[in-house]
Design a protein around this ligand. Structure first.
Ligand code: ADP
Ligand code: MG
Length: 270
């Protein structure tokens, strides 16, 4: 069994990429589940109105469920909406509901609109011990994603190895710089994971090489293969770690999680 040491500091990672369908949610829930299986306490914050992370973690998130919406818009404490995933007592989820779709607009009129999540999370962490907070972002650079960037210190980008993979990445990096400058100097790109990798195609290899050349320190050695088991798991309300722990996808996500757990965070290096 894998043993990983956790030092009591909370790492807050936001899984972001303004492209949809690149594996953000799949990566957020599976890395979270793998870390929890190693003994870490992990909170996933579902910031996508689609609620796919909540679904994959087996957490109810119908319209009546208290959710991240209530935290961002009505000042409900995060602790009041956090649920435990049936997968593990170590795996927590702050669910999203469909109401979050309106939050992007409602936030515009709120006081401290870019800091709502940061403030709620900081109050939560005063009372609760968590090793990792993993925020699943919607595919846009709106106020929900800005709230994630302001609450986190690490950006975690999943990249699908296809032709347009790098398109939009410079826009994302520009947004990170802007957040660093104006809202959150701690924010940095710590991790890139290549997802849905098909090593049989030259294109996937070329994209992977290109990403590794540009970001030698951030790209994980592990790549996530395209695997039917990974895409089936959410329809059973499970991560692939729980659904089929011996599948290639589960093994790869556990290896990625081991790498993440052993990363030196920037603040500790400095
Ligand atoms: P995003 O959150 O970036 O929109 P998702 O994580 O929802 O992306 O993934 C998009 C689709 O691709 C989903 O249907 C998901 O099940 C599928 N998928 C993600 N990773 C894999 C993988 N490694 N193998 C097969 N299908 C995958
Ligand atoms: Mg998603």
């Amino acid at each position: 069994a894998t043993t990983v040491q956790f030092d009591g500091d909370t790492r807050v990672l936001t899984v972001s990429n303004q492209k949809g369908g690149v594996g953000k949610t799949t990566t957020a829930v599976n890395v979270a589940s793998a870390l929890a299986s190693f003994g870490a306490k992990v909170l996933v914050i579902d910031l996508d109105p689609q609620g796919n992370a909540s679904t994959a973690l087996g957490v109810p998130h119908n319209a009546e469920t208290p959710s991240v919406y209530d935290v961002l818009i009505d000042d409900v404490p995060l602790a009041d909406i956090v649920q435990q995933s049936p997968e593990s007592p170590n795996l927590l989820c702050a669910p999203s509901t469909i109401h979050l779709a309106g939050a992007e607009i409602e936030l515009v009129a709120q006081v401290a609109r870019e800091h709502r999540l940061r403030n709620a999370l900081s109050a939560y962490l005063d009372e609760n011990t968590v090793d990792f907070v993993i925020i699943d972002c919607p595919p846009s650079l709106g106020l929900l994603t800005i709230n994630a960037f302001t609450a986190a210190s690490e950006v975690f980008i999943p990249i699908q190895c296809e032709y347009y993979a790098l398109e939009g990445l410079s826009q994302l990096l520009g947004s990170i710089q802007m957040i660093q400058k104006h809202l959150n100097p701690e924010l940095h790109l710590s991790t890139i994971l290549l997802t849905m990798y098909d090593g049989r195609t030259r294109l996937a290899q070329q994209v992977a090489d290109e990403v590794r050349t540009h970001f030698p320190d951030q790209v994980l050695h592990t790549v996530i293969p395209r695997s039917v088991r990974v895409s089936e798991a959410p329809s059973f309300g499970q991560t692939v770690i729980a659904y089929d722990g011996t599948s290639a996808g589960a093994i790869a996500y556990r290896e990625a999680a081991v790498e993440i757990a052993s990363q030196k965070t920037q603040s500790k290096e400095n």
